[in-house]
Design a protein around this ligand. Structure first.
Ligand code: ADP
Ligand code: 2DT
Ligand code: MG
Length: 227
């Protein structure tokens, strides 16, 4: 008998929603349940493309136009495509701490920098470079109000950690989740969790999403779909 493939589970949400905290808990919980699992974070700042992204996010001296940095974020996912697929085929469940969806909404939320005709990047333009990447079996969205997020540790120094940007990101995530049969998301792909409770409460709800993702894989064709 061949090994059943692992599940591809994306964890998404605004800054400080608790994504990284929940990913760590989940990884341990999956392994404790005897389910082989790995965690991959995007952006992956360890690769040469990731170094450019890190420099853009952490310094004001790295200036890239909005289109170029968007494509770099996407390229940073494409360079992981083969390893994502081989991990899943080896029967290992893969947790993604942010994925394509952060890529779309953060770029589309940016104030336009294109001169002389300033227009924000459209959602459809932002989606295009990720078409063809492995599609998650489930996207667990940690939903948190701005007020609650602001009670957690303060904004850091990175480029997108500003209130106005976060509010736009919130609205665009809502739009993406409600869009229905778009090319990269269907409503049923999303599993929305109230992320305002205690870490343990949130972990309990997140686990239900993981069980749903694992069920979809068990009952599916075995193929990894594409975005
Ligand atoms: P993200 O990865 O989504 O930006 P983190 O997991 O890094 O968020 O969490 C941001 C901060 O909030 C951390 O200091 C973390 O300890 C804290 N935190 C995470 N989840 C909760 C929670 N449910 N309740 C209170 N604080 C939390
Ligand atoms: P972290 O704080 O989680 O390291 O994220 N971002 C992320 C994008 O703009 N495009 C993308 O494709 C991805 C994956 C969100 C760093 C910041 O990078 C943003 C916050
Ligand atoms: Mg994080």
């Amino acid at each position: 008998m061949t090994t059943p493939r692992g599940a591809l589970i994306a964890i998404e949400g605004l800054d400080r929603a608790g994504k990284s905290t929940q990913c760590d808990i989940l990884l341990n919980r999956l392994r404790a349940a005897g389910i082989p699992a790995k965690l991959q974070k995007f952006p992956d700042r360890t690769t040469p493309i990731g170094h450019m992204i890190n420099s853009y996010l952490t310094t004001t001296s790295t200036n890239l136009d909005d289109q170029s940095i968007h494509l770099l974020f996407s390229a940073n996912r494409w360079e992981s495509r083969d390893s994502i697929l081989s991990t899943l085929q080896a029967g290992t469940t893969l947790l993604l701490d942010r994925y394509v969806y952060s890529g779309i909404v953060f770029s589309a939320a940016k104030p336009a920098e294109v001169i002389p005709d300033p227009k924000p990047l459209s959602i459809s333009w932002c989606k295009a470079p990720d078409v063809g990447l492995p599609r998650p079996d489930i996207i667990i969205f940690l939903n948190i109000g701005q007020e609650e997020a602001e009670k957690r540790a303060g904004f850091g120094e990175e480029r997108y950690e500003k209130r106005e940007m976060q509010e736009k990101v919130r609205g665009l995530f809502e739009r993406l989740r409600g869009e229905g049969s778009g090319s990269s998301t269907d409503k049923e792909d999303w599993w929305v969790v109230d992320a305002g409770g205690s870490i343990e409460e949130v972990a309990g709800e997140v686990w239900k999403g993981v069980e749903e993702g694992l069920r979809r894989v068990r009952e599916g064709s075995g193929e990894v779909r594409s975005i």
